[in-house]
Write a protein that binds this ligand. Structure first.
Ligand code: TRP
Length: 338
């Protein structure tokens, strides 16, 4: 039986952090290693440009960082095709055809786009390319006929919009060329890592992230600075668990659930200090991050080989995307010269 195709990706606007890891990377590696899928992993540099057009250096410099992060967490280019969005011309042609099937108001209603427009302060000066990025993302997904898109739950509206485009395209052009994708999200409660400061989101711009590339000392410093219970002043005071970032992280990262339950109990009773739970969390994080960090450093020794891997991946991706593009052109009736 033919393997189901997976497509997913990340915008290269910086190094990836442990929020990306928990929200999406970990699932990708698990799906990859199940042997049941054919995964394509895309570095979405063109999408990153939609709100960084005047700062292309940032994207350029981040490309290799994201590639290293992928390899570090265990994405294996022998199994998963890692490629670069801007190097796949078919994606832009597909985007052009899909744009004619989507209304401006539908894009403006896309919840993720809406939130981002607010966050980025675009107000009335939204770049056309930015508003259109859900359409371009539909091209990314459909070019590979992906049926599964493992991503963070903020990507759900993108996948929904892609599904709509697929249905519209197949109906309007009376064909079954495009495949409807499904999202694959982390289990409830385990997919969203708050920032070190307790903010709901870990992000570079909020300066509250632990990066996959951070060294052990940096991670420890960051853990020691984490937001806990502001009313837990003396060790003997009873502490709060709700909204206490250290315990949220322990719930997500510590495989020893009994131990975490015991720590919570002790903390709530009073007598367990913040420094102690932070030291423990640091140990738990290190168990997961140390091997990733070591692999990353190894791959970073030979950047030329990483670029070579991206060239190879992009070549493979072009073959697949071009084939879909030909089918799309034929379905619309643009195959005049066949
Ligand atoms: N929007 C995704 C992000 O911001 C990146 C992305 C681009 C993507 N194209 C995609 C994710 C296709 C999944 C499928 O991280």
């Amino acid at each position: 039986m033919e393997k189901k195709v997976i497509l997913t990706g990340d915008r290269p606007t910086g190094k990836l952090h442990i929020g990306h890891y928990i929200g999406s990377l970990k699932n990708r590696v698990m799906l990859q290693n199940s042997g049941k899928y054919r995964p394509f992993i895309m570095i979405a540099d063109t999408q990153a440009l939609t709100d960084n057009a005047r700062n292309p250096e940032k994207i350029r410099n981040s490309l290799i960082q994201v590639a290293l992060d992928y390899l570090a967490v265990g994405i294996d280019p022998e199994i998963s095709t890692i490629f670069v969005q801007s190097q796949i011309p078919a994606l832009f042609e597909l985007t052009a055809y899909y744009m004619d099937l989507v209304t401006v108001s539908r894009l403006e209603r896309n919840p993720t786009v809406k939130t981002e427009i607010g966050q980025k302060g675009f107000n009335d000066s939204i770049p056309v390319g930015f508003l259109n990025y859900p359409v371009s993302q539909a091209a990314d997904i459909t070019a590979f006929k992906a049926s599964l898109v493992p991503a963070g739950d903020d990507q759900e509206p993108m996948i929904e919009q892609a599904r709509e485009i697929v249905r519209t395209f197949n109906r309007v052009y009376n064909c079954d060329v495009l495949v409807e994708p499904k999202g694959y999200f982390p289990e409830d409660g385990s997919g969203r890592l708050p920032g070190l400061d307790g903010n709901a989101k870990m992000s570079k711009s909020l300066n509250n992230a632990i990066y996959l590339s951070d060294d052990a000392e940096t991670v420890q410093k960051k853990v020691m600075s984490m937001y806990t219970d502001p009313d837990h002043i003396h060790v003997e005071d009873p502490g709060k668990i709700e909204g206490n970032t250290v315990f949220t992280y322990l719930d997500i990262f510590d495989p020893d659930k009994d131990k975490v339950a015991q720590l919570k109990e002790d903390y709530q009773k009073g007598g367990l200090g913040d420094v102690k739970i932070k030291r423990y969390l640091n140990k738990v994080l290190e168990a997961e991050l140390a091997p990733i960090r070591e692999r990353r450093a190894k791959f970073a020794e030979d950047e030329a080989a990483v670029y070579e891997m991206l060239i190879e991946g992009s070549k493979k991706a072009n073959e697949v995307a071009n084939e879909t593009l030909q089918q799309v052109r034929s379905a619309i009736g643009l195959n005049y010269f066949d």
